[in-house]
Design a protein around this ligand. Structure first.
Ligand code: CU
Length: 135
């Protein structure tokens, strides 16, 4: 009888193991603005345990198929944060975001709603740009 329970447990173990070995597909929302971001994001998730990834800039959607026994979704979020990208579950620290390339400052675009006026002013300023700037 004890042996039967043992075999039963072994079977159960194999089953759960098999299940966590089965690839899972998730959709993450990841901040990004340009092709450089897309490349960076895809390079970041191109790791062991990830079977498929595709980042769509227009929707900020990152589709990922990964094997849960090899990598967790949390790890994916964390490594994206580490290269400066916010996800729907966790944000990059200001320090991490600062490291991102200048043209990739996606947060400016995301927080745009209430700041349209100042954005417009900036644009006009750029158009008749014949005085010196102190950048
Ligand atoms: Cu970019």
């Amino acid at each position: 009888m004890k042996q039967l329970i043992f075999i039963g447990l072994m079977l159960l173990g194999t089953l759960t193991y098999g299940q966590s070995n089965r690839p899972v597909t998730v959709n993450l929302t990841v901040g990004g603005t340009c092709d450089m971001c897309k490349e960076r994001i895809e390079r970041t998730v191109d790791v062991k345990g990830v079977k498929y990834f595709e980042y769509t800039l227009a929707t900020h959607n990152l589709e990922i198929t990964y094997v849960p026994s090899k990598i967790t979704e949390e790890q994916l979020h964390k490594s994206l944060n580490a290269v400066g990208h916010d996800t729907n579950k966790s944000k990059a620290s200001d320090e991490q975001y600062d490291k991102i390339h200048g043209c990739c400052k996606y947060r400016v675009h995301v927080h745009g709603e209430g700041e349209h006026d100042s954005e417009k002013k900036e644009h006009n300023h750029d158009e008749n740009d014949d005085h010196d700037h102190e950048h």
